[in-house]
Design a protein. Sequence first.
Length: 421
Amino acid sequence: MRLLAFGINHKTAPVDIRERVAFAPERLQAALKELTSQPDVKEAAILSTCNRTELYCYINDNGQTVEDWFSNYHHLPSEEIKPFIYTHPDNEAVRHLLRVASGLDSLVLGEPQILGQVKSAYKEASEAGAIGAVLNRLCQHTFNVAKQVRTDTAIGSSPVSVAFAAVNLAKQIFASFEKQTALLIGAGETIELTARHLKEAGIGHLMIANRTVERAHKLVEEVGGFAMALQDIPEHLADADIVISSTASPLPILGKGSVERAIKKRKHRPMLMVDIAVPRDIEPEVGQLADVYLYTVDDLKDIIEEGLKTRREAAAQAEDIIENQVSQFMGWIQSRSSVSMIQQFRQQTDEIRQVELEKALRQLQNGMTPEEALKRFAHNFANKLLHAPTSRLRQASIDGENNLMRAAEELFDLKKSDDPT
């Protein structure tokens, strides 16, 4: 039996290939049951996201069964997807999963969402009955290692996206978000991500303004807060401690005059404004106002680059943690194999003992003396127990298998002797 990680990701395959081999969530458990019904697949879990589709299996062959099933399931010729596929056996499979769950193999280095996706994959596999002792142990080990990487390194603490950088900037200015109000202008992907980061950071109140109010309402339903149209901004601007804007407007949305009026209404309490739109949403002259801290997307680039540098340094530390944890898990796999071998050896020994014991009892019933019956039992038991290993050692000596001979000396605690007698 061996572990196998098999799949494709954003590094090996274009999006059109990734789309064709993705597993629909509603069909995932059925796919897992089908996969584990294959004769050589004992356990399996499937991780399917926009950036990767991976199968983690405990199998009884070299992985050909998994590859054939994967091609057939998606109705794709093997030769068509083979150039994009990677396979990682045993310790390489463990290392790959630990790196994936820790965000080291992600499109954005250190992104945290992947760990939740790995946990969901484990849950689906468990509910499908596709997880056994080995993958269960591997997944639990993976969750602990990913947590250790997050705790012991700075892999996720530094901003590497515009949205994260904007929120991180706000954290540096405001000691606590609980009493702060943020106004987000726009409802595109960047503003959506910013809203989620603010919510996770514990923002007290959130306002979202957009040209299409319906889109603002849709985002508010997800993150909470208050939705408004762009023309309503002047009425609420004074309530905002943090303003983050990202629209596709060709002209500025906020001018110096409207911000100046809001500052007066706020009695000159400071306001952070982050303009991440190109062209800009906030007139540059706003930055001249007292009590206004205005940053543009160019200002955030330096923060992002510094964040990437920090994450790369943290990633090197994470790789050391993972390497150590790979060894620990493979040690468990090897000990599990030895337990199975010991159990098999004990069972074999017990079967020999039982046969010889029954024979000795019959001999006693037929009138043999106890002393003679015990002697024959001991002789026959020892001969049968030692027959297979002694025959194998004789052959090993003839074939020059010195490694096996040395292993036998250590296993049976034998003293070296040049005397064959």
